[in-house]
Design a protein around this ligand. Structure first.
Ligand code: CAA
Length: 241
């Protein structure tokens, strides 16, 4: 039986590209979404993955959701891609506690929730691949994103610590730090700001979601088994960590 991969935020943007690519190279895919049922259904029909709806910011929902996925597929989650994330861009002096909390919880605490729900079985089976989708803005910071930059930088530290804890158990844990990728999240930023950002990208364009997805399929493959605790940067040269 081919391995089972779960992708959070897996039905839109970078997550959908990751689900597509994993399915294309032969994994069974469970994609978790929260808001947009139409895109979830469209992806399910397109690639034949299973889609599940729950809030990855909610610990108990993750426990129950993982249980449901395992029961549906009749086997454990062997590949976990923590991709779900939101932005609430605003300067710190105008940021509400709720704008802080929602980003930290959805983008960072979700990694704890999902890893906690899946890693026990990975440890028992002696195999696991965990990929955390961080961001260039967790590496360099970004005006208007103290919440998001903190969460995405937190994911990098989380990745390194969990990689150390898991290395002897056949589990690799890596992060990807995409730059500005052409998705709804990025195009929500004003055209004026986006033009300024594009001018800072040496390659001269935004990235495409499949350019991130192919890093995931490499990191989860047998060929990448010596890579753990790494942060793979893909940002068109905008920032060299
Ligand atoms: N560098 C330095 N200062 C900046 C700045 C920048 N890039 N952008 C804005 N400022 C300054 C302005 O000059 C202004 O200063 P003064 O008041 O002294 O003139 C102040 O910040 C406020 O600017 P605005 O009038 O634009 O204020 P605002 O409150 O309406 O918006 C903002 C500020 C929230 C930062 C807004 O400009 C914004 O949303 N910027 C885009 C942030 C961004 O890049 N988000 C990435 C989203 S995509 C993503 O996150 C995916 C990923 O992983 C890459």
């Amino acid at each position: 039986m081919t391995r089972l991969a779960l992708v959070t935020g897996g039905t839109r943007g970078i997550g959908a590209a990751i689900s597509r690519e994993l399915a294309r190279v032969g994994y069974r895919v469970a994609a978790v979404y929260l808001g947009n049922a139409e895109s979830a259904e469209a992806l399910r029909q397109e690639i034949g993955c299973a889609v599940f709806k729950w809030d990855v910011a909610d610990y108990l929902a993750c426990e129950a959701g993982v249980h449901n996925v395992v029961r549906t597929f009749g086997g454990p989650i062997e590949i976990l891609v923590n991709n779900a994330g939101i932005t609430r861009d605003v300067m710190l002096h105008k940021m509400s506690p709720q704008q802080w909390d929602s980003v930290i919880t959805c983008d960072l605490t979700s990694c704890f929730n999902m890893c906690h729900a899946t890693i026990g079985t990975m440890r028992e089976h002696g195999f696991g691949r965990i990929i955390n989708v961080s961001s260039i803005n967790g590496q360099k910071g970004q005006v208007g994103q103290t919440n998001y930059s903190a969460a995405k930088a937190g994911m990098i530290g989380f990745t390194k610590a969990l990689a150390l804890e898991s290395a002897a158990k056949g589990i690799t844990v890596n992060a990807i730090a995409p730059g500005y990728i052409a998705t709804d999240m990025v195009t929500a930023v004003s055209t004026e700001v986006l033009q300024g950002i594009q001018a800072q990208i040496p390659i001269g364009r935004f990235g495409q979601p499949d350019e991130i997805a192919r890093i995931v399929t490499f990191l989860v493959s047998e060929e990448a088994k010596f890579i753990t605790g790494a942060t793979i940067t893909a940002n068109g040269g905008q920032y060299m960590a």
